[in-house]
Design a protein around this ligand. Structure first.
Ligand SMILES: [Zn+2]
Length: 314
């Protein structure tokens, strides 16, 4: 754990991650009362309580509340651990909490996700690895049950809660005095994964492009993100990501040529080369988001190829 005061009243905690990405940032925001609001919690690894105990000792007051930007394991994973340690309530969006329970709760069904990936062309031999990795990850998620619902538009200790979907359907950010606590809605050096998954909003890329446009309009002067460096020019970065996805949509259209192509096949064109299996699945889900964006705008067509879903031009 590394603690950095990134600006007056904002402390960034950086935790190592044993995932495709090697770290995550959580933030402590000084509250009007003198205590602190913590945003995101890292992964619920075995020593998460010890890590957070060290982190909170860097603060000169109590953790008064815990805000979750979105339900991905590296953000929500230690929510229950930190809540137990501090006694602070956890605040999470309603839509995000519903997906959190679906993904990590007792009713979770990894088989549904495996079936979805196979339907979109993932080779059958990759399914077992997917099952194994999904079980490993689920054991590292300790979300807090029945959080206090966070409502977009409301203020939490002066921070406005913004709904900026795309990376996750219910992704929330915090904005105050031109400072955006961005979660993974905006990252400095990598393009946040925008994937289409079962039981999710139908057009995550459309959502994300709208969120990026909203960031341009809100014009924050600085953004602190869930991974990577501070974003010194959030508007410029949002514009860059819009241009990036415009280019990817052209590449996606070009990849759907002649024969029907599955999302997996398209992902091999958009994300060539060897990828760890988890990143290959992200690539498939992101290709699905681009393909469905084009289907919804009648630029390509989705067809059934036996048990597999494919896409054709026109
Ligand atoms: Zn993340």
């Amino acid at each position: 754990m590394r603690a950095t005061e990134v600006t007056d009243g904002i402390v960034r905690f950086t935790f190592e991650l044993p995932l495709g990405i090697d770290h995550v940032h959580c933030y402590a925001l000084r509250a009007a009362s003198g205590g602190w609001t913590v945003v995101d919690t890292g992964l619920g690894v075995d020593d998460a309580a010890a890590r957070w105990d060290a982190a909170r000792r860097e603060l000169d007051g109590a953790v008064e509340r815990i805000v979750i930007t979105h339900f991905h394991p590296d953000h929500v994973g230690a929510a229950a651990v930190l809540a137990d340690l501090t006694g602070a309530p956890v605040l999470q969006g309603r839509e995000d909490y519903a997906q959190c329970v679906g993904a990590w709760g007792p009713e979770r069904s990894p088989e549904r996700l495996v079936a979805y990936m196979l339907e979109h062309g993932l080779p059958a031999e990759a399914a077992d690895e997917m099952r194994r990795e999904s079980g490993t990850l689920a054991r590292l998620v300790h979300y807090a049950r029945d959080p206090k619902p966070l409502v977009p538009g409301e203020h939490v200790d002066g921070w406005k809660i913004l709904h900026l979907p795309g990376h996750a359907d219910g992704h929330l950010c915090l904005l105050r005095d031109g400072i955006l606590i961005a979660g993974d809605a905006l990252l400095a050096t990598i393009s946040p994964n925008v994937g289409l998954y079962p039981e999710a909003r139908p057009d995550p890329l459309g959502d994300y492009l709208s969120s990026l446009t909203r960031i341009v309009e809100l014009a924050p002067r600085i953004a602190y993100a869930g991974h990577g460096p501070t974003i010194e020019d959030p508007v410029g970065r949002a514009r860059e990501l819009i241009a990036h996805h415009d280019g990817r949509l052209d590449e996606t259209t070009a990849a759907v040529d002649g024969n029907p192509r599955t999302a997996y096949e398209v992902s091999l064109r958009l994300f060539p080369g060897a990828l760890p299996s988890v990143l290959r699945r992200f690539a498939l889900a992101e290709s699905r988001a681009h393909l469905e964006y084009l289907v919804l705008r009648e630029r390509i067509t989705r067809v059934a190829e036996g048990p597999t879903v494919a896409y054709v031009a026109g």
